[in-house]
Ligand binder design. Sequence first.
Ligand code: KG4
Ligand code: ZN
Length: 373
Amino acid sequence: MSEEKIIRMDMGAVESDTHSNRPVLCLGIESSCDETSAAIVDSDRNILAHIIYSQIPEHQKFGGVVPELAARAHILAIEDVVKQTLNNAGKTIDDIDVIAATAGPGLIGGVLVGWMAATGIAQSTKKPLVAVNHLEGHALVPRLCATMADGTNGNVSVEFPYLLMLASGGHCQILLVGGVGQYEMIGQTLDDSAGEAYDKVAKMLGLGYPGGPVVDKRAQSGNPRAFAFPRPLCDKPGCDFSFSGIKTAARTFLSRMDTTLTDEYINDFCASFQSAVVDCIINRLNNAMKDERVRTANPKTLVVAGGVAKNSAIRAAMEKLAQKNKMIFAAPPMNLCTDNGAMIAWAGLENFAIGNVVHKPVAPRPRWPLTEL
Ligand code: KG4
Ligand code: ZN
């Protein structure tokens, strides 16, 4: 964490324990996709311990996440991940004030594992439990710590309201974030998410899973003008996305290639694809800034979050757009972009601070839009 020069913002959004005047400690659990993760985060924005057990190697040979394998891997890992997190923080469960876990959306087998573990811990210890929406974890984590586009400390503090580009493997949305649990949908994808497009294009090129990191890296050595990928919807008003046309174009370009792909071809392909994705994101965000709801709320910060927020070109282009519009740009540090327990613990703390705890058993939800919070 320290090498990423993370800043901790002192905004006092999450109150300290008023009786003892010590920070509130939250154990957060994430298990909605292919990471089993737990973290202990306090209300002073310290991450005391954080373990991310990635199942990626188990899914790689199938070219994507296999839900049944993921659920079983979560079952095998969850107990050790939670115990080790407590150990690393030098805490026992008695020291923890709040338990939080992802209760959706996500692959239901995995969500069930983490959510039932958290419910069991909370019931047996009689501690408050927060059902965290995974997307809200991504959305709020820039308030735990934020960096500039290149990952360096820029004295960024993310206060409500902010304009959020939420781009992950499963979602692609522009949201106006008014507060904890307050999300207004400004635009969203009509088909694939940006992460899905990266993963599918990488698969076509034989670059393995997950596709985002390797396409991002290859793109840095390629020519973004080598292939004329379309920019779907960019000639239309509004803030929605469509990535299926870009994916079809990728398939068409590749079908014309009858020899083995060279490194140069792959790099140019990745650079051209990425340039189309970046253009679409910037075009839609530009429109979002002119949206009546956004203008009225007048957010000071433009934020990117979700796994795709790791992308160097997207971060750089969004930072430029923010500067042009006299906004501050903020992104989570790289290790808090993809799925992680710290974002769930932080969202747990923010919800706990407003009394949003579970009072009766709650069923996890495979689908759970942020606008239904
Ligand atoms: O947020 P996340 O960990 O999981 C979901 O909630 O879906 O996002 C995973 C997604 C994958 O599609 C992965 O390819 C993408 O994030 N990703 C990236 C990069 N790193 C991860 N996409 C573009 N550029 C990257 N550097
Ligand atoms: Zn996620």
